[in-house]
Ligand binder design. Structure first.
Ligand SMILES: [Zn+2]
Length: 123
């Protein structure tokens, strides 16, 4: 697992290919090495849990501080609403990146069905 590639949202296999090309758009495979990012149907479902965890890490302390200083519900909603507009695209991308890098560390690409189909002579 390469922390630099993870922060730069690069391919877990070659650490060079960019994973995203828009705010929410992701390449289906690495533009450099051809590694398939969505390794199977529903592959990124686990990234939702990572995303929720990252979001909670930021929102929970903010909420605690704002309730401690007796901020009104509207102020809390305004702060968290504006924060969410900025944070959700960032968290979405990092959640998928973290998930892909962790899964690649645990399951190198050769062992997965999606890549066996791509190279039938290997499976
Ligand atoms: Zn790559």
């Amino acid at each position: 697992m390469n922390a630099g590639a993870m922060l730069g949202q690069k391919c877990p296999k070659c650490n060079n290919g960019k994973m995203f090309y828009g705010v929410f758009k992701m390449h289906t495979e690495c533009p450099v090495c051809g590694f398939k990012f969505e390794r199977q149907e529903g592959y990124f479902t686990s990234a939702i849990f990572i995303g929720n965890f990252l979001y909670a890490l930021i929102v929970a302390p903010t909420l605690m501080i704002m309730t401690a200083v007796d901020a009104s519900v509207w102020k809390i909603a305004a702060v968290l609403g504006s924060f969410s507009l900025i944070a959700i695209p960032v968290i979405f991308r990092f959640a998928r990146t973290i998930w892909l890098h962790v899964d690649f560390m645990i399951h190198p690409d050769e062992a997965l069905p999606a890549n066996r189909i791509k190279n039938p002579q290997n499976g």
